[in-house]
Design a protein around this ligand. Structure first.
Ligand code: G3P
Ligand code: CA
Length: 238
C-alpha cells in the first residue's frame, strides 16, 4: 500500500514547499503528491489554493501574479516561524529536488492546453515522466493531459463518487481514481468496481489513525496523508 505524502510531509513542514518534500522522502513516503498552478506569466508553481492568501505573505489569485512577485513571498511563516523565508517552489525546483521519488502531480483548474503542455514538458525534461502520475479533479484537464501526452499515467480525483465515476474512469483510461476517505469507507461497491477494472484507488486525506485499518482493509492502493512518518511506522508495525 502506498504511503502518499499529501502536499509533502505537510504535518511537519509548510505544505507544497521544498522542506515538506524533503521531509516526505525522509519520512518514508512511497509517492509524493503536490499541486501545480500557473502564474500570470506562465510559470508552473507548486501551491494548493487558488489564491496566495492562506499559505503566503501575498494575496490575490495565483494566475494574476507574475512569477517574480510569487517568488518574493514568504510561504513558510504561516506554518511556523521556523520556516520563515521558505518560498513557493517552481515545478522545476520540485522536480530538481525529487530526482528519485515517484510523484502524484495534481493540476489545479483552471489550466489551458499550453499550460498543461508546459507542465508535461518540465516533467519530461526532468526525466520524471515514467515515475509520475498526473491527476486532476477536472476531467477536462485529464483529457488535456492525454491530448498532450497519451502515454503518461493519468489519475482522476473525485470530491464524491458521483454516478459517472466509473464511466469517466473508463473513458479517460486512468490508472487511479482518488476519492475521499469517507467515500472509500461508505461505498465499498464502487471501490470494488474500480479495483476489478485494474484501477487503483487512493483515499484522501487519511490523517485519522483510527481509519487506517478499515481503509487498508478496503482493498485500496494507497493512503494520501499529511502524517507520512506516522503512517510509515504504522505500516511497519502491522
Ligand atoms: O491527492 C488528493 C488530494 O490532494 C486532493 O485534495 O484539495 O488536497 O488537493 P486537495
Ligand atoms: Ca492535491
Amino acid at each position: 500500500m502506498h504511503n502518499v505524502a499529501h502536499r509533502g510531509y505537510s504535518a511537519v513542514a509548510p505544505e507544497n514547499t521544498l522542506p515538506a518534500f524533503a521531509a516526505a522522502v525522509l519520512g518514508g513516503a512511497t509517492l509524493i503528491e503536490f499541486d501545480v498552478r500557473t502564474t500570470a506569466d506562465d510559470v508552473p508553481v507548486v501551491i494548493h489554493d487558488r489564491t496566495l492568501d492562506r499559505t503566503t505573505s501575498g494575496s490575490g489569485h495565483v494566475w494574476d501574479s507574475p512569477y517574480e512577485s510569487v517568488a518574493a513571498l514568504d510561504a513558510g511563516s504561516w506554518f511556523s516561524p521556523a520556516y520563515a523565508g521558505v518560498r513557493v517552489p517552481t515545478l522545476a525546483a520540485v522536480l530538481e529536488l525529487l530526482t528519485e521519488a515517484d510523484l502524484l502531480l495534481e493540476i489545479k483548474p483552471p489550466a489551458t492546453l499550453p499550460q498543461v503542455k508546459t507542465i508535461l514538458e518540465l516533467v519530461g525534461a526532468a526525466g520524471a515522466r515514467d515515475r509520475t502520475i498526473v491527476q486532476s479533479f477536472d476531467p477536462e484537464i485529464v483529457r488535456l493531459v492525454r491530448e498532450v501526452d497519451p502515454v503518461v499515467r493519468r489519475g482522476l480525483l473525485r470530491l464524491r463518487f458521483e454516478a459517472d465515476t466509473l464511466d469517466l474512469a473508463d473513458e479517460l483510461e486512468v490508472v487511479c481514481v482518488n476519492p475521499s476517505t469517507a467515500d472509500v469507507l461508505g461505498d465499498p461497491r464502487t471501490v470494488a468496481a474500480l479495483t476489478a477494472r485494474g484501477i487503483d484507488v487512493m483515499a484522501w486525506t487519511a490523517n485519522d489513525m483510527a481509519e487506517w485499518a478499515p481503509l487498508s482493509e478496503s482493498g485500496i492502493a494507497g493512503l494520501i496523508t499529511d502524517r507520512v512518518a506516522e503512517l510509515t511506522g504504522w505500516i511497519a508495525a502491522r
